[in-house]
Design a protein around this ligand. Structure first.
Ligand code: SPV
Ligand code: MG
Length: 292
């Protein structure tokens, strides 16, 4: 499948799933392998997570990497899966022109959903307790318009993410911002919260008039179930970083075992086989291409 045909099909599938308001379940990833594991598990789409991509480079999620590096990671994920890829594009990597450039390059790469947040560039991950600053609503609307203005595929989903709750703003401010973002052309809104419970999200859902699908990221309020999300009218739930956190724990335990035991013998029953690595990376398909 070509990048163009994948992009057209993936964006269409994503848009349809969102408008059906069945809960779209999305898993965070940072490379081809982690994306493939998400698809294999049954997720509807992959989230090219800024936090995960940064951490995979050994860097914190504070706008150190640029568009080219995030896009390269997003492209590896898109190549590895058949489900749509939704890319976390932070602030659009700068100003309005950067946001337009982001839309162009990500669409060209076959990415189906592009998420841009209303923080000031350079941004910090939402769970950093200092330095969280938002753009004025009107300025962020211009950024969304700049991205929308260069969109080629009508099905590409532009998600406008508000960090109003992250910055301690009121429910009314979060609602006002999201309405303005939809007026500016956003196809969906992502409302982020760092509370340890789903209170802010549920209060937002109660007042939101469903004029655009709502995306949530239950990292800190992880007891928010899919059933509750459906009942509240949430359209997409992103498990943004649990995969990478599981990986960190598993690798730490594995290497600690080798250091403690002076051998890898006891690991064999607990870790994926080399055969499994071949299978998930498509060894047989590639060898067939070479005639076996
Ligand atoms: C990411 O995965 O990079 C996100 C989600 O933006 S969070 O880290 O929860 O802010
Ligand atoms: Mg992010």
């Amino acid at each position: 499948m070509t990048t163009a045909s994948y992009g057209t099909r993936g964006a269409f599938a994503l848009r349809e799933a969102l408008s059906a308001r069945r809960l779209v379940r999305v898993a965070g990833a940072h490379d081809g392998l982690s994306a493939r594991l998400a698809e294999e598990a049954g997720f509807d789409a992959v989230w090219a997570s800024g936090l995960e991509i940064s951490a995979a480079h050994g860097l914190p999620d504070v706008s150190l990497l640029g568009l080219a590096e995030y896009l390269a990671a997003g492209t590896s994920m898109r190549r590895a899966v058949t489900v749509p890829v939704v890319a976390d594009c932070d602030t659009g990597f700068g100003g309005n022109l950067n946001a337009a450039h982001t839309m162009m390059r990500y669409e060209e790469a076959g990415i189906s959903g592009i998420c841009i947040e209303d923080k000031l560039f350079p941004k910090r991950n939402s769970f950093v307790n200092s330095g969280q600053k938002l753009l004025e609503t009107a300025e962020f609307c211009q950024k969304l318009e700049a991205a929308k203005g260069v969109q080629m595929n009508p099905d590409t989903v532009l998600i406008a993410r508000t960090e109003a709750f992250i910055c301690g703003m009121s429910l009314q401010e979060a609602l006002d911002r999201c309405h303005r973002y939809v007026d500016a052309g956003a196809d969906a809104v992502l409302v982020h919260s760092k509370q340890s419970h789903s209170g802010e999200i549920l209060s937002f859902m109660e007042k939101w008039d469903d004029r655009a699908p709502v995306v949530v990221v239950p990292t800190t309020y992880s007891d928010f179930s899919e059933q509750e999300a459906r009942q509240a009218g949430v359209a997409m739930m992103i498990y943004a970083n649990q995969g990478m956190r599981a990986q960190i724990t598993a690798v730490r335990q594995t290497w600690a075992t080798v250091i403690a035991e002076g051998s890898a013998a006891s690991l064999e029953m607990r870790i994926a086989s080399v055969k499994d690595v071949f299978a998930i990376s498509g060894m047989d398909e590639w060898l067939e291409r070479a005639g076996g």
